[in-house]
Design a protein around this ligand. Structure first.
Ligand SMILES: C[S@@+](CC[C@H](N)C(=O)[O-])C[C@H]1O[C@@H](n2cnc3c(N)ncnc32)[C@H](O)[C@@H]1O
Length: 504
């Protein structure tokens, strides 16, 4: 049997198992069903928006219940230890580990049981690989270029490493096979938890929610006035039967869940009365459209860190630029994280306000000036011109200090796409023009001999494919960062020119 058929068949088994334990996409779950889906939702592939996901099986109205997952189906530390005395005893001896560490150990322990695990039909459908920042190697990390982003990546890996070390004793006590005790396995478990858990009130680590974790992400706020129509479809494509082709695997491989997500999760939650996790449609959906869940408000870097993907258009994205210390100290009314540039290039309200104040001589910072600043108004045309000029210059200098330009990154992305697509042979000319980064990637993966021959079946190793996906994400992220800075420069220059012309 091919992998696609196998995947299809095990998916059916999984959905039948889910129905048996009471998971349902219909209010009437009592009638006999051989799948937990089909009434409101169905599993489908959405190549442009998250890969495997859930599509509307009929027209759905905003606020409708679309999925109910009873408490006993949820995978939590509590439910896992309740089924296993040995696990229960061992876990209780390790109270100093965090609830997320405990959940990771329980997940690995459950995985090690194989078919004997109660959740086996669910576990076989978890992604094998993830693209969260913590899993980035040196090349992918350096490809982010921006210092802050590199630092966050290092921090994420280091955190994972130290949490793993702390948990090793418990894993040893459980006699986990070496494979499940390894750092690789730990990375997998933490990425699973980070990108797939939902909030529950009784455990801050959250729960793994079979079927409920198949919803892909939609940024909050993007659904306010677009309850219908194709623009609202957030790049949905018509559903296709799920398969395990490479691109589908790749798409489903990122992610992580943070504890705060749940507070903002408006489209579902655990309900005591129903003793189940209940998920609702956050807007109207047409038949076949992908039904999305809002995990929270994330910048693209945060999405990469916790979920392993980013959104080309993300109204919550924020670009931070290095600012002088004297500016930060002046900005006591505005927290540091409020001084940023929106993805479309507009500097944040707090950033503009702070700069207005910072660029006015101290002797002139009287009450009337302060009133204007706090009201968010321009102090004077002269000051406003200085603000715009300063912003434009700093963005320019950040851009100049980065190793590659917007156009170089655009070309690199294009070349990575060509490399990933065996249908698109690379011309000799293009190979000769490869930049140093592409060359380094090809060197590390020993690919010079295999690329670019049309007709030749190029099969990259799994390791190469994994690295390429993460590397592409890094390039995509830094390109978006640079575009925002470039847009900020245009925005500021235009403002400045308008001000100059009215002054004349
Ligand atoms: C809770 S799972 C959703 C189901 C997942 N696609 C699967 O096949 O198991 C979260 C993961 O799905 C992917 N994902 C969700 N929304 C996405 C989106 N809008 N764009 C790209 N990937 C997305 C990311 O890999 C994320 O970590």
């Amino acid at each position: 049997m091919g992998t696609m058929e196998l995947e299809h068949q095990t998916m059916e088994t999984f959905l039948r198992w889910a129905a048996d334990i009471g998971i349902s996409d219909s209010i009437d779950s009592s009638r006999f069903r051989d799948s937990c889906l089909g009434h409101s939702l169905s599993v489908a592939d959405f190549p442009l928006a998250g890969g495997r996901g859930l599509g509307a099986a009929r027209e759905l109205k905003k606020g409708e219940l679309v999925l109910k997952v009873p408490r006993n189906a949820l995978m939590t530390t509590e439910s896992m230890v309740a089924k296993d005395q040995k696990l229960n005893d061992a876990v209780h001896l390790h109270g100093s580990l965090s609830s997320t560490q405990i959940l990771s150990v329980c997940l690995l322990y459950e995985m090690s049981k194989g078919k004997k695990s109660f959740w086996y039909p669910y576990l076989v459908h978890l992604p094998r690989d993830y693209d969260l920042l913590a899993t980035f190697g040196e090349l992918e990390k350096q490809a982010l270029q921006v210092e802050d982003a590199v630092w966050i990546t290092e921090k994420a890996t280091a955190k994972c490493q130290s949490e793993w070390k702390e948990a090793v004793t418990l894993m040893k006590e459980l006699y986990l096979k070496p494979k499940f005790q390894s750092f690789q396995a730990w990375l997998w478990a933490s990425a699973t938890i980070s990108s797939r858990t939902l909030h529950i009130p009784w455990d801050s680590a959250g729960c793994l929610c079979p079927v409920g974790d198949l919803f892909n992400y939609d940024a909050p706020g993007d659904d306010s006035n677009n309850s219908e129509g194709p623009e609202s479809a957030v790049q949905t494509s018509s559903p296709q039967p799920i398969s395990t082709t490479n691109e589908c695997r790749n798409n489903e491989e990122a992610g992580l869940v943070v504890e705060t997500q749940s507070e903002r999760l408006t489209d579902g939650g655990f309900e005591e009365d129903a003793n189940a996790y209940c998920l609702y449609a956050r807007r109207n959906y047409q038949l076949g459209e992908q039904v999305l869940l809002c995990y929270g408000t994330y910048t693209n870097l945060e999405l990469l860190e916790h979920y392993g993907f980013m959104l080309e258009e993300n109204s919550n994205d924020r670009v931070f630029i290095p600012l002088e210390t004297s500016l930060y100290s002046l900005a006591s009314s505005w927290p540091k994280d409020s001084l940023y540039i929106h993805q479309d290039g507009k500097p944040s309200f707090a950033l503009v306000s702070t700069l207005r104040l910072w660029l006015i001589p101290q002797s002139q910072r009287d009450k009337s000036v302060m009133r204007l600043v706090y009201a968010g108004s321009q102090i004077s045309a002269k000051n406003e011109i200085l603000v715009m000029k300063w912003m434009s210059e700093i963005c320019g200098s950040v851009l100049r200090d980065l190793p590659t330009s917007v156009s170089e990154d655009t070309l690199l992305l294009h070349n990575i796409d060509k490399l990933q697509d065996p249908e698109l042979p690379l011309e000799e000319k293009e190979k000769e023009a490869f930049g140093s980064e592409m060359r380094a990637f090809l060197d590390v993966n020993r690919l010079w001999d295999v690329i670019g021959f049309s007709g030749k079946d190029v099969e990259f190793s799994r390791r190469t494919n994994r690295m390429m996906i993460k590397w592409r994400l890094s390039v995509q992220w830094r390109l978006s960062y640079k575009r925002t800075l470039a847009d900020c420069i245009s925005y500021c220059n235009e403002k400045m020119n308008n001000l100059l012309s009215t002054q004349r």
